[in-house]
Design a protein around this ligand. Structure first.
Ligand code: ADP
Ligand code: MG
Length: 252
């Protein structure tokens, strides 16, 4: 199953909360270095899908594969903890609400993971952290605490923090939804730069223009199913399904 070009493979993913089935058999393949966007109405299961890939949720059925390794495995106790940590280290996730550690500076937010989980020395982690702060345009903010940063700056620190673990893929869940409109572009720009460097990315977004611009592939979900997926030209310009057309009429 070590399919050289496939980074993420989802096969018939199902997830229920009690009697509510929120994912009803999702199939998706993300090739190495490609950008896939997931769009769809609120409540369609987009966040649950990303959280399942990152093992923040346990799926009820199906298979999740990351770079030839099975993510969902029937492990218990210590073996499960070890597996979950090993998998999470290979995926960077960026949330709508930043989730920075408030008591750590921007630089410390970025270095803590590599020091604790990857065994980097403080110096090595700081060198990498400073390089990443420069990459997201925040070289001068290393010693600043999150409370003193704007939303756009916080989100760029969150991206740098995820990148510091040198993940194989980046997962973005509505990374710009909580931002004031004038701060959206600075975060989108960083995401576009990552795309141009061939980072494999799975992006949940409500910004159709951004999705159309950066994506190699777009998946439209509604009510826990994939209604339609394909290249952005197809999904945004010549969608086939009525549900896709009606969603895009409201959101384009
Ligand atoms: P989206 O991200 O597309 O808006 P979500 O994945 O957040 O959708 O939610 C999909 C459905 O699952 C919604 O009906 C939501 O209410 C439900 N849901 C999400 N998380 C939970 C939970 N922890 N417990 C129960 N229901 C949940
Ligand atoms: Mg969501």
């Amino acid at each position: 199953m070590k399919a050289d070009s496939t980074m993420i493979k989802l096969q018939q993913i199902r997830k229920s909360y009690g009697n509510l089935e929120v994912l009803k058999g999702i199939d998706l393949s993300v090739e190495r270095g490609k950008i896939v966007s997931i769009i769809g109405p609120s409540g369609s299961g987009k966040s649950t899908l990303l959280r399942s890939i990152n093992m923040l949720e346990a799926i009820s059925g199906g298979e999740i594969w990351l770079d030839g390794q099975q993510v969902n495995r029937p492990l218990k106790g210590r073996a499960f903890e070890k597996h979950i940590n090993q998998i999470r280290q290979q995926m960077g996730m960026v949330f709508q609400q930043f989730n920075l550690f408030p008591h750590l500076t921007a630089l410390q937010n970025i270095t803590i993971g590599p020091i604790r989980l990857k065994g980097l020395s403080k110096k090595e982690a700081e060198d990498r952290g400073k390089m990443l702060l420069a990459k997201v345009g925040l070289s001068d903010k290393g010693n600043v605490f999150p409370a003193r940063l704007s939303g756009g700056q916080k989100q760029r620190v969150a991206i740098a923090r995820a990148l510091a673990m040198q993940p194989k893929v980046m997962l973005f869940d509505e990374a710009t939804s909580a931002l004031d409109p004038e701060l959206v572009d600075e975060v989108n720009l960083v995401m576009k730069q990552l795309a141009s460097e061939h980072m494999t990315m799975l992006i949940v977004t409500h910004e159709m223009r951004f999705a159309a611009e950066v994506s190699d592939h777009v998946m439209f979900m509604d009510a826990g199913v994939v209604v339609e997926q394909g290249p952005p030209e197809e999904i945004f310009v010549t969608p086939r399904e009525d549900r896709t057309k009606s969603f895009l009429r409201k959101h384009l």
